[in-house]
Design a protein around this ligand. Sequence first.
Ligand code: ADP
Length: 548
Amino acid sequence: MLSTMQYVPLTVTRILTHGMTVHSNSSVTTWTGEAEPLRRSFREIGRRAARLAGALRDELGVGNSQRVATLMWNNAEHVEAYFAIPSMGAVLHTLNLRLPAGQLVWIVNHAADRVVIVNGSLLPLLAPLLPQLPTVEHIVVSGPGDRTPLAGAQAQVHEYEELLAGQPTTYDWPELEENMAAALCYTSGTTGDPKGVVYSHRSIYLHSMQVNASESMGLTDRDTALVVVPQFHVNAWGLPHAAFMTGAGMLMPDRFLQPGPLVEMIDRERPTHAAAVPTIWQGLLAELTSDPRDISCLRTVTIGGAACPPSLMEAYDKLGVRLCQAWGMTETSPLGTMAHPPAGCTAEQEWPYRISQGRFTAGVEARLAGPTGRILPWDGTSQGELEVRGPWIAGAYYGGAVSEHSRPADKFSDDGWLKTGDVGVISPDGFLTLTDRAKDVIKSGGEWISSVELENALMGHPEVVEAAVIAVPDERWDERPLAIVVLKEGSTVDGGSLKAFLGESVARWQLPERWAFVTSVPKTSVGKFDKRALRKRYADDELDIAQA
Ligand code: ADP
C-alpha cells in the first residue's frame, strides 16, 4: 500500500527559500581584516543567490548539470554560490585551494568545469594553471586582489559584483528531482588520485537535518557558528546548509585563518559554536597560552577530520570550552558520528566516550569487517575495518564527463557498503573508537600497533607540540613504530625520557625505539598529519633517527 503523504523533493532550493524567509534576519559575517566585518542577512544572501543564478544562466549560458567550480575562502559570496548553483540545476564543484597545482589541474579537467568563481586573492594560484584548463570558459572574480594575473587569459573574465548588478533579485527556481547531482567534492588524494563524490539534493537535505539534531551539533537561531573548516572541505561539514535550516548565524574567517585573527574574531563576535580540525585548535591553544583571552562563549566545538588528542580536550575544558569529536569523510558528507556521552554518565564515566570518535548518528549504519571479510561483533574489542551505508554515504565515485561512475572493489563491498579504510572497534552501545587508518596501522610481530594511540599519548607530554608515528620496516618484527616529534622551543627532552613517559600508559612491546625530532610535521591540504610525506622522508633517508 502506498502512503498518503505528499511527495516533495528534498532540494537545496528548499533549504535556501526556507532560510531566506523564515530566518531572513540571521546573518553571515565575513571577516575582512578591517575595522568592521561584512554582514549580510540570509534574506540578502538569498536575493544575491538569485542574481548569481540569473547571471550564470543568462550571461554565461550555464545549463543543467554543468559544473561551476569555486576556488574561494569561507565567505558570504561562497555561501551565495553554495545555494545558487545547485538550486538552478547546475553542480557546485568546490576546489581545494591547498592542493598542489598538478592535482588542481587534474580535478578541474576530470570534472570538466565550465566556470570558476575565484576570490581575487587566489588569482596568483589559478592564473598560471589556466592554459592547462581547456574546459574553463569563464572566470568570475570576487573580492579584493590584483586582477593583473588574468591578463591574456583565454577564458572570459567577469567581475562577480558586476554580474550580480545586472540581474533581478528573484529567480524562477526549477523544481528539481531530489536524486540529481547538487555538489561535487574530490577527496584530498592522500591515497592515490583524487576521487569525486557527487552529493545529491536529497543527501544534502537529510545530512543537514542530522547536523542540526541535538545529538549532533544542535544548532538553533540563537547560535553563531565560527566556520573554520573550509567550504572546499566536504561542504564545511554541512554547516552552511544546516544554518539555513535553523537560522544559526555564520562567522566566516575568509583568508584570516591564522590563530591571531581567529582569536580576535571569537573575542569580538562571540560565536557559540565552532568547527575545525585538531591542528587549528592546537594553534589557537598556543596563541591563547601566550595571549590569554576569554573564549568561553563557545558553547560547543566540533572537532574532527583527524583524531583529537585527549590532552587537547583537557586543555580546552580548562578554558571552559567543550570539544566534541566527530568522525566522517568526504564520502560520508561528512557526518558519521559525534561523541556526546550517553545520558546518566558522571564526569568520570563520560571521559572514555568523549575521547572516542563518537556514536553513530541515525541514518548511518555501521559494521566492522575482519581481515577475512567476516563481520565482527560490536563488543568494544573486535578490531576491523569500518564499513558504512546510509542516505548521505557515497555508493560510487564520479566517473568524469565521459565515463560511468566507478565502484572500485577496495572502496565498496559487493553488497554496496562503503569501505572507509579506517580500523577500529565499536562498543555495544554504538560508539566508534578508531585505532588507525588501514594503511597507517603498524604490523609488528603479527600484532597491530595503533599509531593514533601512540600519538595521543605522546601529545599528552607537556614538552611535545606535535607527534606523528609511522610504520618502518624491521627485520625481526616486520614493522616497528617510528615516532616523529616536534618539541616546544628550547626543550631538551630526548627519546629515552619520552619512551619512559609513554611506558606509563602504553604496553611495553608497543613502545617505539626509533625517534626523530623535527621542527614541524608536514600537513595535508586539509591540515592533517601527512604520513605519506613522512614515509617518503624516511625512505629518502632525510630523517635523523636516534635509538632509545
Ligand atoms: P582524506 O581521506 O583525503 O584525508 P577526508 O577529509 O575525507 O579526506 O578524510 C577522512 C578521514 O579522516 C577518515 O577516513 C579518517 O581516517 C579521518 N578522520 C576523520 N575524522 C576523524 C576522527 N575524529 N578521528 C580520527 N580520524 C578521523
